[in-house]
Design a protein around this ligand. Sequence first.
Ligand SMILES: [Zn+2]
Length: 319
Amino acid sequence: MDAPGREDFPQPHIGAEQTLDRMAEKRNDKAWIEERLADASSRFLLFSDLSLAVDTNADRSETKLRWYTPDQVRELGADLSESFLLGCNSENHAVFAVSLSEAQAKAGQGGMDALKPLVDLRSLAMQGALRPDDLSLAGMGRALAAWHIMCKCCGRCGGHTIMRDAGWRRQCWACGQEFYPRSDPAIIVLITDGTRCLLGHHKRYAHKFYSTLAGFVEPGEDFEACVRREMREETGVRIGEVTYMASQPWPFPHLMMVGCWAQALTTELTLEEEELHDARWFSRDEVKLMIEDKHPEGFTVPGPHSIAFALIKSFVESG
Ligand SMILES: [Zn+2]
């Protein structure tokens, strides 16, 4: 069975709906960056140890990004020069993100309490609690914040690295080696034998939760080869045609999910049990019930903002 047309493919939300102009050409314009850092109309997202400061109600069902002015950021203990530029919004105001360590946050006015609530962005993403464009923006900020934490030292000589280009480059002070923010590619795959699709249950998943299968792209491998290798290793299924459908940045910490449909040439399963607790073939009718949370055995699938859901939904709608 052919994969559905990409124009009909339901788009996942994280990373797909940014309305910001990234202003890449201004990242190394020091005068422009300094002017914008001092401009009272500039806005800042604030992370502390990768948790995001938001405005929310008790059950997190109504959550909004919390925006800070330059003065507020300074009062909270952050160093403005450590901010990274996300871009300019539709009103041409500069938008930055800044990351505070716990020690910095405690030393600022009001301490940690002034930042609360600090929330886990991944939980908000799974819950669908933020507007898609806000989620994309916060995801971009979080991926950069995580990269800065992980890239403080040079992998070549061990020297300290210094932030450059408004947060889009780091450079070793000792040997000059440059580092750029990274995205790690991973494939995520809807395998079908024509009438059924193969979904897996990982050990780390909640009980009765089934999803599309995924794996990391290795050096020297293209996406198609990665799909064939990973799916054979994990399930024993041999894959024929592979069709690219869509991608989704997943900023935990900085994955790029590459969503594909894959045609199964064989259907017998030999599971790699270390990782995969179970995998089974589901009919369209069954998957539809799983999406609607009405499956008689209580099986469920991922929430609507994920590329896994988009792939699974496209399978149901392709019949
Ligand atoms: Zn170095």
